[in-house]
Design a protein around this ligand. Structure first.
Ligand SMILES: *Cc1c(COP(=O)(O)O)cnc(C)c1O
Length: 388
């Protein structure tokens, strides 16, 4: 790895005295000091009654964030991707196809993980930067019988927020379960699992929940639970099988204890703290994300940058814009970083090289947005590009 000119340059002392850049990234997002504090604590014994009470509290705190009174909540060790795999392993019958509704790289991931697990899936792709065409989804669901649709609430590669309620309703009409990846949504967007009739909703802490990486969070409603309990096929996994976690989570919810795998105590404690902050912020949290998104996008428009995402389909915690003609995403990101702000080059399957992602989900402020715009403006001024 080269250190020339980058953040790693210079002596250790020089590096330590340099101000940390502002990370405007999709994840991991900035942790509140009280959340960081919990990470440093000694993990309690897993049978400790205070710890068990905190696990129960965490399960309860997730309900308003996911918009569910009915769902059974799971807190499981693993990355967000492990959470996607867990839903597939636990709920998909290897003998029947599922339909992936893809709005970017995370749809491709659904498809890839299904195929590597030997689960059959088909993919319907939205136009880049747009939501899914509901008529097309309906026609696919009419053409073939699917056990489930797999979708992404907010796809961070395209900046698209799906119309989850409409897609779930279509799935329901055709007898398919809905499994939703809400990893870049919950905590930034309003999520209403019960009202939207979503069977399985997944999220993970290090994105808009401003929590620690290393856990994934699932809420299953009745139909998904029924599949889990009544399935006759064998799941293609062990640690990630929610069928094995169900008795543990039920024991914990009832105030008891059951063991399947050692829970990472510090992570659970830090997650509990981040959820307390989110629940205390209440409805102001989604309003703040909406306001920051508008502030950022107005500023980008003033700078002459065009968004990748169609106006009707934009998420509120991530903004994806096109680089000006002649400037690649990686070189623009590097230039902005020299002005103290970390952005991320694109990851959309067809537009990665010419799009840049800005994450403004979690604990960001208007000042962070203004610093981002200033750094971008300064970086763009270094390129020799025609006006417009
Ligand atoms: C980040 C992300 C994931 C993957 O999470 P990891 O913890 O990196 O595995 C999945 N889906 C979406 C929408 C994401 O933003």
């Amino acid at each position: 790895m080269t250190t020339r000119g980058g953040d790693g340059a210079g002596t250790t002392e020089e590096r330590a005295s340099r101000p940390a850049p502002l990370a405007m990234v999709v994840g991991p997002t900035r942790l509140a000091p009280s959340v960081r504090g919990r990470l440093a604590d000694q993990a309690p014994p897993i049978t400790d009654h205070r710890f068990l009470a905190e696990v129960r509290e965490t399960m309860q705190l997730l309900r308003p964030v996911l918009g569910t009174a009915e769902g059974e909540v799971f807190i499981v060790p693993g990355s967000g991707t492990a959470g996607m795999e867990s839903l597939a392993v636990s709920l998909l019958d290897p003998g029947r196809p599922a339909l992936v509704l893809s709005t970017g790289m995370w749809g491709e991931r659904w498809q890839e993980l299904c195929s590597s697990l030997g689960l059959s899936s088909r993919v319907l792709r939205a136009e880049p930067g747009r939501g899914l065409d509901l008529d097309e989804v309906a026609s696919r669901l009419r053409d073939e019988s699917y056990q489930a649709v797999l979708l992404t609430d907010v796809d961070s590669s395209s900046g698209v927020r799906a119309d989850v309620a409409a897609l779930t309703a279509l799935a329901r009409r055709h007898g398919a379960l809905s499994l939703v990846d809400g990893i870049a949504a919950a905590g930034a967007e309003e999520v209403r699992q019960d009202d939207w009739d979503v069977d399985a909703y997944l999220t993970s802490p290090p994105k808009a929940l401003s929590g620690p990486g290393g856990l994934f969070l699932v809420s299953l409603r009745t139909r998904a639970l029924r599949v889990l309990i009544e399935r006759t096929w064998s799941p293609r996994g062990y640690s990630l099988d929610l069928g094995r976690w169900l008795p543990v989570m039920r024991a914990l919810a009832a105030g008891g204890f059951a063991y399947f795998q050692t829970p990472p105590g510090s992570l659970v404690s830090a997650l509990a703290e981040s959820l307390r902050l989110i629940v205390a912020e209440g409805g102001e949290r989604t309003r703040r994300h909406t306001a920051l998104a508008a502030r950022l996008r107005n500023g980008l428009a003033t700078t002459g940058l065009r968004l990748f995402t169609a106006a009707a389909d934009r998420a509120h915690g991530v903004t994806v814009f096109r680089t000006p003609t002649g400037i690649g995403a990686a070189e623009l990101v590097a230039a902005v970083e020299r002005h103290g702000v970390v952005l991320q080059a694109g990851t959309h399957p067809t537009a990665a090289k010419h799009t840049v992602r800005i994450g403004h989900l979690g604990n960001h402020t208007a000042d962070d947005v203004d610093r981002t715009l200033a750094a971008l403006g300064a970086a763009l001024a270094e390129f020799d590009v025609p006006d417009g």
